[in-house]
Design a protein around this ligand. Structure first.
Ligand code: FAD
Length: 523
Protein backbone atom coordinates (compact mmCIF):
# COMPACT_ATOMS: atom_id res chain seq x y z
CA UNK A 1 0.00 0.00 0.00
CA UNK A 2 1.15 3.56 -0.65
CA UNK A 3 0.23 6.67 1.30
CA UNK A 4 -1.62 9.28 -0.72
CA UNK A 5 -2.37 12.68 0.77
CA UNK A 6 -4.15 15.77 -0.56
CA UNK A 7 -7.13 13.90 -2.05
CA UNK A 8 -9.63 16.71 -2.52
CA UNK A 9 -13.33 15.81 -2.74
CA UNK A 10 -15.98 18.53 -3.17
CA UNK A 11 -18.29 18.79 -0.12
CA UNK A 12 -21.29 18.14 -2.37
CA UNK A 13 -19.88 14.69 -3.29
CA UNK A 14 -18.58 13.33 0.05
CA UNK A 15 -16.56 10.28 0.92
CA UNK A 16 -18.18 7.79 -1.42
CA UNK A 17 -16.47 9.48 -4.37
CA UNK A 18 -12.99 9.31 -2.85
CA UNK A 19 -11.74 6.51 -5.14
CA UNK A 20 -12.27 8.62 -8.24
CA UNK A 21 -10.38 11.57 -6.75
CA UNK A 22 -7.58 9.36 -5.37
CA UNK A 23 -7.14 7.91 -8.87
CA UNK A 24 -6.79 11.44 -10.24
CA UNK A 25 -4.03 12.27 -7.72
CA UNK A 26 -2.22 9.03 -8.61
CA UNK A 27 -2.71 9.39 -12.36
CA UNK A 28 -4.34 5.96 -12.61
CA UNK A 29 -7.84 4.68 -13.44
CA UNK A 30 -10.30 4.19 -10.52
CA UNK A 31 -10.50 0.49 -11.38
CA UNK A 32 -6.71 0.22 -10.85
CA UNK A 33 -7.29 0.87 -7.14
CA UNK A 34 -7.77 -2.47 -5.39
CA UNK A 35 -7.82 -1.25 -1.77
CA UNK A 36 -8.35 2.10 -0.12
CA UNK A 37 -8.26 2.83 3.59
CA UNK A 38 -8.98 6.38 4.77
CA UNK A 39 -6.27 7.48 7.21
CA UNK A 40 -7.39 11.06 7.72
CA UNK A 41 -10.38 13.23 6.83
CA UNK A 42 -10.58 16.97 7.32
CA UNK A 43 -12.66 19.82 5.92
CA UNK A 44 -11.12 22.73 4.02
CA UNK A 45 -13.46 25.72 4.01
CA UNK A 46 -10.91 28.45 3.45
CA UNK A 47 -12.22 29.31 -0.04
CA UNK A 48 -15.96 29.41 0.58
CA UNK A 49 -18.34 28.66 -1.10
CA UNK A 50 -15.97 25.96 -2.47
CA UNK A 51 -15.65 23.60 0.49
CA UNK A 52 -13.77 20.31 0.24
CA UNK A 53 -13.13 17.15 2.21
CA UNK A 54 -9.37 16.52 2.24
CA UNK A 55 -8.26 12.90 2.62
CA UNK A 56 -5.10 10.99 3.25
CA UNK A 57 -5.48 7.33 2.35
CA UNK A 58 -3.53 4.10 2.15
CA UNK A 59 -4.04 2.82 -1.39
CA UNK A 60 -3.36 -0.55 -2.98
CA UNK A 61 -2.86 -0.71 -6.78
CA UNK A 62 -3.39 -3.52 -9.24
CA UNK A 63 -0.18 -5.37 -10.04
CA UNK A 64 1.81 -3.71 -12.81
CA UNK A 65 0.14 -0.30 -12.32
CA UNK A 66 2.59 2.51 -11.50
CA UNK A 67 1.38 5.84 -10.12
CA UNK A 68 2.48 9.15 -11.61
CA UNK A 69 4.89 10.80 -9.18
CA UNK A 70 6.52 9.56 -5.96
CA UNK A 71 4.49 8.16 -3.07
CA UNK A 72 5.84 6.74 0.17
CA UNK A 73 5.01 3.23 1.31
CA UNK A 74 2.32 3.22 3.97
CA UNK A 75 3.65 2.07 7.37
CA UNK A 76 0.92 1.78 10.04
CA UNK A 77 1.84 3.55 13.29
CA UNK A 78 2.87 1.07 15.89
CA UNK A 79 2.83 1.00 19.65
CA UNK A 80 3.96 -2.11 21.48
CA UNK A 81 2.49 -2.52 24.97
CA UNK A 82 4.93 -3.47 27.74
CA UNK A 83 4.82 -7.14 28.74
CA UNK A 84 6.89 -9.50 30.86
CA UNK A 85 6.22 -7.98 34.29
CA UNK A 86 5.71 -10.13 37.41
CA UNK A 87 2.79 -9.22 39.71
CA UNK A 88 4.10 -7.82 43.02
CA UNK A 89 3.19 -9.26 46.43
CA UNK A 90 0.44 -6.65 46.86
CA UNK A 91 -1.53 -5.39 43.88
CA UNK A 92 -0.97 -1.89 42.53
CA UNK A 93 -3.82 0.49 43.34
CA UNK A 94 -5.21 2.96 40.79
CA UNK A 95 -7.14 5.91 42.20
CA UNK A 96 -9.65 7.41 39.77
CA UNK A 97 -11.56 5.89 36.86
CA UNK A 98 -11.25 8.78 34.45
CA UNK A 99 -9.37 8.32 31.16
CA UNK A 100 -5.99 8.36 32.98
CA UNK A 101 -6.98 5.76 35.59
CA UNK A 102 -8.82 3.57 33.06
CA UNK A 103 -5.89 3.39 30.65
CA UNK A 104 -3.43 2.89 33.53
CA UNK A 105 -5.50 -0.04 34.83
CA UNK A 106 -5.86 -1.47 31.32
CA UNK A 107 -2.11 -1.28 30.69
CA UNK A 108 -1.27 -2.89 34.03
CA UNK A 109 -3.85 -5.66 33.68
CA UNK A 110 -2.99 -6.48 30.06
CA UNK A 111 0.69 -6.36 31.04
CA UNK A 112 0.01 -9.20 33.47
CA UNK A 113 -0.46 -7.16 36.64
CA UNK A 114 -4.13 -6.92 37.68
CA UNK A 115 -4.80 -3.99 40.02
CA UNK A 116 -7.36 -2.65 42.47
CA UNK A 117 -9.22 0.41 41.13
CA UNK A 118 -10.64 2.88 43.63
CA UNK A 119 -13.33 5.32 42.44
CA UNK A 120 -15.15 7.69 44.79
CA UNK A 121 -18.10 8.00 42.42
CA UNK A 122 -20.60 5.46 41.11
CA UNK A 123 -20.73 3.11 38.10
CA UNK A 124 -21.85 4.89 34.95
CA UNK A 125 -25.44 3.55 35.07
CA UNK A 126 -26.07 4.91 38.61
CA UNK A 127 -24.06 8.03 37.87
CA UNK A 128 -26.22 8.79 34.84
CA UNK A 129 -29.32 8.74 37.08
CA UNK A 130 -27.63 10.94 39.73
CA UNK A 131 -26.52 13.49 37.14
CA UNK A 132 -29.92 13.64 35.45
CA UNK A 133 -31.61 14.13 38.81
CA UNK A 134 -29.24 17.03 39.52
CA UNK A 135 -29.94 18.63 36.14
CA UNK A 136 -33.69 18.35 36.54
CA UNK A 137 -34.07 19.13 40.27
CA UNK A 138 -30.87 20.84 41.45
CA UNK A 139 -30.24 18.02 43.97
CA UNK A 140 -26.44 17.56 43.88
CA UNK A 141 -24.70 14.38 44.99
CA UNK A 142 -21.18 15.58 45.86
CA UNK A 143 -19.68 12.13 45.15
CA UNK A 144 -21.61 11.21 42.01
CA UNK A 145 -21.77 14.01 39.45
CA UNK A 146 -20.26 15.34 36.22
CA UNK A 147 -16.76 15.41 37.79
CA UNK A 148 -16.84 12.22 39.87
CA UNK A 149 -17.75 8.69 38.87
CA UNK A 150 -16.91 6.00 36.36
CA UNK A 151 -15.32 7.46 33.23
CA UNK A 152 -14.25 10.60 35.09
CA UNK A 153 -14.90 14.14 33.96
CA UNK A 154 -15.06 13.14 30.31
CA UNK A 155 -18.14 10.92 30.52
CA UNK A 156 -20.62 13.78 30.23
CA UNK A 157 -18.73 15.55 27.47
CA UNK A 158 -18.42 15.91 23.75
CA UNK A 159 -15.78 13.21 23.89
CA UNK A 160 -13.50 15.27 21.68
CA UNK A 161 -10.22 13.48 21.16
CA UNK A 162 -8.25 16.25 19.46
CA UNK A 163 -4.86 16.99 20.91
CA UNK A 164 -1.94 19.17 19.91
CA UNK A 165 0.53 16.55 21.12
CA UNK A 166 2.28 13.76 19.26
CA UNK A 167 2.80 10.34 20.80
CA UNK A 168 2.73 6.83 19.31
CA UNK A 169 0.24 5.88 22.05
CA UNK A 170 -2.44 8.26 20.65
CA UNK A 171 -3.37 5.99 17.72
CA UNK A 172 -3.36 3.05 20.14
CA UNK A 173 -5.77 4.90 22.50
CA UNK A 174 -8.15 5.59 19.59
CA UNK A 175 -8.02 1.95 18.47
CA UNK A 176 -8.83 0.81 22.00
CA UNK A 177 -11.73 3.28 22.25
CA UNK A 178 -13.09 1.97 18.94
CA UNK A 179 -12.68 -1.62 20.11
CA UNK A 180 -14.72 -0.79 23.23
CA UNK A 181 -17.58 0.79 21.26
CA UNK A 182 -16.53 4.24 20.05
CA UNK A 183 -17.44 5.10 16.43
CA UNK A 184 -14.86 3.74 13.93
CA UNK A 185 -14.55 7.17 12.29
CA UNK A 186 -12.41 8.37 15.23
CA UNK A 187 -9.63 6.37 13.59
CA UNK A 188 -9.39 8.78 10.66
CA UNK A 189 -11.19 12.06 11.37
CA UNK A 190 -8.86 15.02 11.88
CA UNK A 191 -11.17 16.17 14.68
CA UNK A 192 -12.50 12.94 16.18
CA UNK A 193 -15.16 12.85 18.87
CA UNK A 194 -17.13 10.09 20.59
CA UNK A 195 -20.15 11.88 22.07
CA UNK A 196 -21.47 11.41 25.60
CA UNK A 197 -24.09 8.84 24.49
CA UNK A 198 -21.42 6.51 23.04
CA UNK A 199 -18.87 7.23 25.79
CA UNK A 200 -21.10 5.72 28.48
CA UNK A 201 -21.04 2.38 26.64
CA UNK A 202 -17.29 2.58 26.04
CA UNK A 203 -16.61 3.16 29.72
CA UNK A 204 -18.84 0.27 30.78
CA UNK A 205 -17.14 -2.05 28.28
CA UNK A 206 -13.69 -1.13 29.58
CA UNK A 207 -14.87 -1.86 33.14
CA UNK A 208 -16.14 -5.31 32.13
CA UNK A 209 -12.87 -6.05 30.33
CA UNK A 210 -10.85 -5.00 33.41
CA UNK A 211 -12.93 -7.29 35.62
CA UNK A 212 -12.41 -10.16 33.17
CA UNK A 213 -8.65 -9.61 33.52
CA UNK A 214 -8.88 -9.96 37.30
CA UNK A 215 -9.07 -6.31 38.37
CA UNK A 216 -10.94 -5.48 41.56
CA UNK A 217 -13.07 -2.35 40.99
CA UNK A 218 -14.46 -0.57 44.02
CA UNK A 219 -16.99 2.22 43.50
CA UNK A 220 -18.17 4.59 46.25
CA UNK A 221 -14.63 4.27 47.64
CA UNK A 222 -12.50 7.31 48.35
CA UNK A 223 -8.73 7.38 48.76
CA UNK A 224 -8.25 9.38 51.99
CA UNK A 225 -4.65 8.80 53.12
CA UNK A 226 -1.59 6.55 53.01
CA UNK A 227 1.30 5.36 55.13
CA UNK A 228 4.97 4.78 54.36
CA UNK A 229 8.00 2.90 55.67
CA UNK A 230 11.69 3.14 54.83
CA UNK A 231 10.95 1.88 51.27
CA UNK A 232 8.25 4.45 50.56
CA UNK A 233 4.53 3.78 50.21
CA UNK A 234 3.29 0.69 52.03
CA UNK A 235 -0.49 1.14 52.26
CA UNK A 236 -3.41 3.35 51.25
CA UNK A 237 -6.52 4.25 53.26
CA UNK A 238 -9.88 3.89 51.63
CA UNK A 239 -13.19 5.21 52.88
CA UNK A 240 -16.45 3.62 51.80
CA UNK A 241 -19.97 3.55 53.22
CA UNK A 242 -18.90 1.09 55.93
CA UNK A 243 -15.90 3.09 57.19
CA UNK A 244 -12.15 3.37 56.58
CA UNK A 245 -9.89 0.43 55.79
CA UNK A 246 -6.34 -0.15 54.61
CA UNK A 247 -4.95 -1.79 51.47
CA UNK A 248 -1.32 -2.90 51.42
CA UNK A 249 0.48 -1.74 48.27
CA UNK A 250 3.83 -0.46 47.04
CA UNK A 251 2.40 1.08 43.85
CA UNK A 252 -0.25 3.79 43.65
CA UNK A 253 -1.29 5.43 40.39
CA UNK A 254 -2.95 8.64 41.44
CA UNK A 255 -5.35 9.95 38.77
CA UNK A 256 -7.90 12.04 40.69
CA UNK A 257 -8.78 14.63 38.01
CA UNK A 258 -8.73 18.36 38.60
CA UNK A 259 -11.89 18.62 40.74
CA UNK A 260 -10.61 16.58 43.72
CA UNK A 261 -9.70 19.52 45.95
CA UNK A 262 -9.98 17.53 49.20
CA UNK A 263 -7.55 14.96 47.77
CA UNK A 264 -4.98 17.63 46.85
CA UNK A 265 -5.16 19.03 50.39
CA UNK A 266 -4.80 15.57 51.93
CA UNK A 267 -1.75 14.82 49.75
CA UNK A 268 -0.17 18.12 50.76
CA UNK A 269 -0.81 17.35 54.47
CA UNK A 270 0.94 14.00 53.91
CA UNK A 271 4.03 15.74 52.51
CA UNK A 272 3.54 15.03 48.79
CA UNK A 273 5.34 17.85 46.97
CA UNK A 274 3.35 19.99 44.53
CA UNK A 275 3.43 23.42 42.93
CA UNK A 276 0.83 25.92 41.72
CA UNK A 277 0.34 26.13 37.94
CA UNK A 278 -1.38 28.30 35.35
CA UNK A 279 -4.94 27.58 34.37
CA UNK A 280 -7.89 29.51 32.92
CA UNK A 281 -11.39 30.57 33.97
CA UNK A 282 -14.33 32.29 32.32
CA UNK A 283 -17.71 31.47 30.84
CA UNK A 284 -19.43 29.30 28.25
CA UNK A 285 -20.52 31.12 25.11
CA UNK A 286 -23.53 29.75 23.24
CA UNK A 287 -24.55 30.46 19.62
CA UNK A 288 -27.00 28.97 17.14
CA UNK A 289 -25.20 26.14 15.34
CA UNK A 290 -26.63 27.24 11.98
CA UNK A 291 -25.13 30.74 12.40
CA UNK A 292 -21.64 29.35 13.03
CA UNK A 293 -22.10 26.84 10.17
CA UNK A 294 -22.94 29.68 7.78
CA UNK A 295 -19.85 31.62 8.88
CA UNK A 296 -17.57 28.58 8.66
CA UNK A 297 -18.94 26.92 5.51
CA UNK A 298 -20.87 29.66 3.68
CA UNK A 299 -23.61 28.34 1.38
CA UNK A 300 -22.05 24.85 1.55
CA UNK A 301 -23.58 24.60 5.04
CA UNK A 302 -26.92 23.88 3.38
CA UNK A 303 -25.63 20.82 1.45
CA UNK A 304 -26.19 18.50 4.38
CA UNK A 305 -22.92 16.61 3.79
CA UNK A 306 -20.69 18.53 6.18
CA UNK A 307 -20.34 17.86 9.93
CA UNK A 308 -21.54 20.45 12.45
CA UNK A 309 -18.85 23.11 12.33
CA UNK A 310 -16.65 24.16 15.20
CA UNK A 311 -14.13 26.91 15.96
CA UNK A 312 -10.89 27.51 17.80
CA UNK A 313 -9.97 31.09 18.67
CA UNK A 314 -7.22 32.70 20.70
CA UNK A 315 -6.19 36.32 21.20
CA UNK A 316 -3.40 37.96 23.15
CA UNK A 317 -4.38 41.15 24.92
CA UNK A 318 -2.19 44.17 25.58
CA UNK A 319 -2.41 43.31 29.29
CA UNK A 320 -0.43 40.14 28.49
CA UNK A 321 -3.38 37.85 29.21
CA UNK A 322 -4.54 35.28 26.75
CA UNK A 323 -8.22 34.69 26.01
CA UNK A 324 -9.15 31.54 24.13
CA UNK A 325 -12.01 29.25 23.29
CA UNK A 326 -11.89 25.79 24.77
CA UNK A 327 -13.67 22.46 24.53
CA UNK A 328 -16.17 23.58 21.89
CA UNK A 329 -19.28 21.39 21.71
CA UNK A 330 -21.04 21.64 18.31
CA UNK A 331 -24.74 20.74 18.46
CA UNK A 332 -24.42 20.32 22.21
CA UNK A 333 -25.52 21.81 25.48
CA UNK A 334 -24.03 23.69 28.40
CA UNK A 335 -23.98 21.40 31.43
CA UNK A 336 -24.07 21.90 35.17
CA UNK A 337 -20.77 20.33 36.24
CA UNK A 338 -20.74 21.12 39.98
CA UNK A 339 -19.16 18.79 42.50
CA UNK A 340 -19.22 20.93 45.64
CA UNK A 341 -22.19 22.15 47.63
CA UNK A 342 -22.89 25.84 46.95
CA UNK A 343 -20.77 26.10 43.79
CA UNK A 344 -21.88 26.44 40.15
CA UNK A 345 -19.54 25.05 37.48
CA UNK A 346 -20.36 25.03 33.76
CA UNK A 347 -18.97 22.90 30.98
CA UNK A 348 -20.26 21.47 27.69
CA UNK A 349 -21.28 18.16 26.14
CA UNK A 350 -22.72 16.75 22.90
CA UNK A 351 -24.13 13.50 21.65
CA UNK A 352 -22.27 11.70 18.86
CA UNK A 353 -24.76 13.12 16.32
CA UNK A 354 -24.03 16.71 17.41
CA UNK A 355 -27.52 17.56 16.25
CA UNK A 356 -28.64 20.06 18.90
CA UNK A 357 -29.66 23.61 17.91
CA UNK A 358 -26.78 25.34 19.69
CA UNK A 359 -23.01 25.22 19.75
CA UNK A 360 -21.19 26.18 22.95
CA UNK A 361 -17.58 26.64 23.92
CA UNK A 362 -15.53 27.74 26.89
CA UNK A 363 -14.40 31.39 26.62
CA UNK A 364 -11.51 31.48 29.04
CA UNK A 365 -8.96 33.92 30.40
CA UNK A 366 -5.54 32.64 31.41
CA UNK A 367 -4.43 33.12 35.00
CA UNK A 368 -1.02 32.31 36.47
CA UNK A 369 0.38 31.57 39.94
CA UNK A 370 1.45 35.27 40.04
CA UNK A 371 -2.28 36.14 40.33
CA UNK A 372 -2.60 34.27 43.65
CA UNK A 373 -0.89 33.63 46.95
CA UNK A 374 0.26 30.21 48.06
CA UNK A 375 -0.01 26.68 46.73
CA UNK A 376 -3.80 26.56 46.87
CA UNK A 377 -4.47 30.24 46.01
CA UNK A 378 -5.61 29.30 42.50
CA UNK A 379 -7.83 26.52 43.79
CA UNK A 380 -9.46 28.89 46.29
CA UNK A 381 -9.94 31.45 43.49
CA UNK A 382 -11.79 28.80 41.42
CA UNK A 383 -13.96 27.87 44.40
CA UNK A 384 -14.82 31.53 45.10
CA UNK A 385 -15.92 32.03 41.46
CA UNK A 386 -18.11 28.94 41.74
CA UNK A 387 -19.71 30.24 44.95
CA UNK A 388 -20.30 33.66 43.36
CA UNK A 389 -21.96 31.98 40.36
CA UNK A 390 -24.11 29.95 42.76
CA UNK A 391 -25.31 33.06 44.62
CA UNK A 392 -26.05 35.05 41.45
CA UNK A 393 -27.68 32.03 39.86
CA UNK A 394 -30.35 32.00 42.55
CA UNK A 395 -28.85 29.57 45.07
CA UNK A 396 -30.32 26.37 43.62
CA UNK A 397 -27.64 25.53 41.01
CA UNK A 398 -29.13 27.86 38.43
CA UNK A 399 -26.29 29.54 36.48
CA UNK A 400 -25.91 33.31 36.02
CA UNK A 401 -26.13 34.30 32.35
CA UNK A 402 -26.04 37.40 30.15
CA UNK A 403 -26.40 38.23 26.47
CA UNK A 404 -23.21 39.37 24.74
CA UNK A 405 -24.75 42.74 23.80
CA UNK A 406 -25.63 43.43 27.46
CA UNK A 407 -22.27 42.15 28.69
CA UNK A 408 -20.48 44.56 26.35
CA UNK A 409 -22.89 47.33 27.46
CA UNK A 410 -22.37 46.37 31.15
CA UNK A 411 -26.12 46.20 31.80
CA UNK A 412 -28.07 43.20 33.14
CA UNK A 413 -29.95 40.94 30.75
CA UNK A 414 -33.52 40.02 31.54
CA UNK A 415 -34.30 37.33 28.94
CA UNK A 416 -32.79 35.50 26.01
CA UNK A 417 -33.11 36.47 22.34
CA UNK A 418 -32.54 34.20 19.31
CA UNK A 419 -30.33 31.80 21.29
CA UNK A 420 -32.23 29.83 23.94
CA UNK A 421 -29.75 28.75 26.65
CA UNK A 422 -29.43 25.00 27.18
CA UNK A 423 -28.06 24.93 30.75
CA UNK A 424 -30.20 22.98 33.21
CA UNK A 425 -31.67 23.24 35.83
CA UNK A 426 -32.01 26.89 34.62
CA UNK A 427 -30.15 30.10 33.91
CA UNK A 428 -30.79 33.34 35.74
CA UNK A 429 -30.19 36.43 33.64
CA UNK A 430 -28.15 39.11 35.41
CA UNK A 431 -25.02 41.22 34.96
CA UNK A 432 -21.94 38.99 34.84
CA UNK A 433 -19.77 41.98 35.79
CA UNK A 434 -21.24 41.45 39.31
CA UNK A 435 -20.39 37.75 39.26
CA UNK A 436 -16.83 37.49 37.92
CA UNK A 437 -13.76 39.54 38.91
CA UNK A 438 -13.26 42.78 36.94
CA UNK A 439 -10.03 41.63 35.25
CA UNK A 440 -11.74 38.52 33.88
CA UNK A 441 -14.72 40.51 32.54
CA UNK A 442 -12.46 43.18 31.05
CA UNK A 443 -10.38 40.55 29.26
CA UNK A 444 -13.49 38.85 27.83
CA UNK A 445 -14.97 42.21 26.77
CA UNK A 446 -11.73 43.13 24.98
CA UNK A 447 -11.44 39.71 23.35
CA UNK A 448 -15.00 39.39 21.97
CA UNK A 449 -14.70 42.03 19.20
CA UNK A 450 -11.24 40.69 18.28
CA UNK A 451 -12.61 37.18 17.98
CA UNK A 452 -15.54 38.50 15.97
CA UNK A 453 -13.03 39.64 13.36
CA UNK A 454 -11.90 36.03 12.98
CA UNK A 455 -15.37 34.47 13.05
CA UNK A 456 -18.15 36.81 11.99
CA UNK A 457 -21.04 36.54 14.41
CA UNK A 458 -18.93 35.32 17.31
CA UNK A 459 -19.82 38.48 19.27
CA UNK A 460 -23.47 38.27 18.11
CA UNK A 461 -25.51 40.35 20.57
CA UNK A 462 -27.87 37.44 21.24
CA UNK A 463 -25.11 34.92 22.03
CA UNK A 464 -25.43 33.78 25.65
CA UNK A 465 -22.63 33.82 28.23
CA UNK A 466 -23.10 31.42 31.16
CA UNK A 467 -20.84 31.40 34.26
CA UNK A 468 -18.66 30.04 35.66
CA UNK A 469 -16.27 27.78 33.77
CA UNK A 470 -13.50 27.09 36.29
CA UNK A 471 -12.35 23.48 35.87
CA UNK A 472 -10.70 23.58 32.47
CA UNK A 473 -7.39 22.44 33.95
CA UNK A 474 -5.69 21.78 37.25
CA UNK A 475 -4.54 24.69 39.43
CA UNK A 476 -1.73 22.52 40.89
CA UNK A 477 0.85 20.06 39.67
CA UNK A 478 1.99 17.09 41.77
CA UNK A 479 5.74 16.93 41.20
CA UNK A 480 7.17 13.76 39.66
CA UNK A 481 10.62 12.64 38.53
CA UNK A 482 11.78 11.15 35.22
CA UNK A 483 10.38 7.77 36.31
CA UNK A 484 7.01 9.44 37.00
CA UNK A 485 7.40 8.96 40.74
CA UNK A 486 6.20 11.58 43.25
CA UNK A 487 8.27 12.83 46.20
CA UNK A 488 6.91 9.80 48.10
CA UNK A 489 8.35 6.66 46.43
CA UNK A 490 5.64 4.35 45.11
CA UNK A 491 3.16 7.12 44.22
CA UNK A 492 2.75 7.87 40.50
CA UNK A 493 0.78 11.14 39.93
CA UNK A 494 -1.09 10.89 36.66
CA UNK A 495 -3.47 12.66 34.27
CA UNK A 496 -5.07 16.06 34.26
CA UNK A 497 -5.50 16.54 38.01
CA UNK A 498 -1.83 15.81 38.63
CA UNK A 499 -1.04 18.52 36.06
CA UNK A 500 0.39 16.33 33.27
CA UNK A 501 -2.43 16.26 30.74
CA UNK A 502 -5.27 18.33 29.35
CA UNK A 503 -8.21 16.44 27.92
CA UNK A 504 -9.29 12.87 27.34
CA UNK A 505 -6.56 11.80 24.91
CA UNK A 506 -3.53 13.16 26.75
CA UNK A 507 -4.91 11.91 30.09
CA UNK A 508 -5.31 8.42 28.60
CA UNK A 509 -1.75 8.54 27.22
CA UNK A 510 -0.41 9.69 30.59
CA UNK A 511 -2.20 6.78 32.27
CA UNK A 512 -0.46 4.35 29.92
CA UNK A 513 2.93 5.95 30.54
CA UNK A 514 2.60 5.74 34.34
CA UNK A 515 1.54 2.10 34.14
CA UNK A 516 4.48 1.36 31.82
CA UNK A 517 6.88 2.72 34.47
CA UNK A 518 5.42 0.33 37.04
CA UNK A 519 5.48 -2.63 34.62
CA UNK A 520 9.12 -1.91 33.75
CA UNK A 521 10.03 -1.82 37.45
CA UNK A 522 8.37 -5.24 37.89
CA UNK A 523 10.23 -7.04 35.10
C1 FAD B 1 -18.46 18.37 31.06
C2 FAD B 1 -17.04 18.15 30.59
C3 FAD B 1 -16.78 18.07 29.23
C4 FAD B 1 -15.50 17.79 28.77
N1 FAD B 1 -15.30 17.63 27.44
C5 FAD B 1 -14.10 17.20 26.99
C6 FAD B 1 -13.91 16.85 25.63
O1 FAD B 1 -14.83 16.89 24.80
N2 FAD B 1 -12.67 16.45 25.24
C7 FAD B 1 -11.62 16.37 26.12
O2 FAD B 1 -10.51 15.98 25.72
N3 FAD B 1 -11.77 16.69 27.41
C8 FAD B 1 -12.99 17.10 27.87
N4 FAD B 1 -13.16 17.39 29.19
C9 FAD B 1 -11.99 17.27 30.06
C10 FAD B 1 -11.70 15.80 30.32
O3 FAD B 1 -12.86 15.19 30.78
C11 FAD B 1 -10.56 15.64 31.30
O4 FAD B 1 -9.42 16.23 30.73
C12 FAD B 1 -10.25 14.19 31.60
O5 FAD B 1 -11.40 13.50 32.01
C13 FAD B 1 -9.18 14.09 32.67
O6 FAD B 1 -8.91 12.74 32.90
P1 FAD B 1 -8.35 12.21 34.28
O7 FAD B 1 -8.44 10.76 34.22
O8 FAD B 1 -7.04 12.84 34.52
O9 FAD B 1 -9.33 12.80 35.41
P2 FAD B 1 -10.90 12.68 35.57
O10 FAD B 1 -11.55 12.33 34.31
O11 FAD B 1 -11.33 13.92 36.25
O12 FAD B 1 -11.10 11.43 36.54
C14 FAD B 1 -10.71 11.46 37.86
C15 FAD B 1 -11.51 10.43 38.64
O13 FAD B 1 -10.93 10.29 39.93
C16 FAD B 1 -11.95 10.16 40.89
N5 FAD B 1 -11.41 10.60 42.19
C17 FAD B 1 -11.01 11.85 42.54
N6 FAD B 1 -10.54 11.85 43.80
C18 FAD B 1 -10.63 10.59 44.25
C19 FAD B 1 -10.32 9.97 45.49
N7 FAD B 1 -9.77 10.66 46.49
N8 FAD B 1 -10.59 8.66 45.63
C20 FAD B 1 -11.15 7.93 44.62
N9 FAD B 1 -11.48 8.48 43.42
C21 FAD B 1 -11.20 9.78 43.24
C22 FAD B 1 -13.06 11.05 40.37
O14 FAD B 1 -14.30 10.64 40.88
C23 FAD B 1 -12.95 10.86 38.86
O15 FAD B 1 -13.82 9.86 38.39
C24 FAD B 1 -14.43 17.67 29.69
C25 FAD B 1 -14.67 17.79 31.06
C26 FAD B 1 -15.96 18.03 31.51
C27 FAD B 1 -16.21 18.16 33.00
Amino acid sequence: MIKVSGIKVPAAEGKKFIKRHAARVLGVKPEDITALEVLKESVDSRKKPDVYFIYTAAVGLREGVTPRGRFETYVPDKYTPVTGAFPPENRPVVVGMGPAGLFAALTLAEGGVPCTVIERGQPVEQRDRDVNRFWSSGKLDTESNVQFGEGGAGTFSDGKLTTGTNDPRIGYVFRRFAEFGAPEEILYLAKPHIGTDRLKTVVKNIREHLISLGCDIRFGSKFTGFSTDENGLNSVQIQDKDGVYELKTRHLILAPGNGARDTFRMLHDHGVRMEPKSFAVGVRIEHLQRDIDMTQYGEAATLGTLPASSYKLAVHLTSGRGVFTFCVCPGGSVVAASSETGGVVTNGMSDFARDGKNINGGLLVSVTPADFDGLFGGMEFQAELERSAFRHGGGAYGAPAQLVKDFLGRRPSTDHGRVAPTYRPAVRFCNLWDVLPGFICEAIAEALPLMNRKIRGFADGDAVLTAAETRSSSPVRILRDENYGASVPGIYPCGEGAGYAGGITTSSVDGIKCAEKILESLK
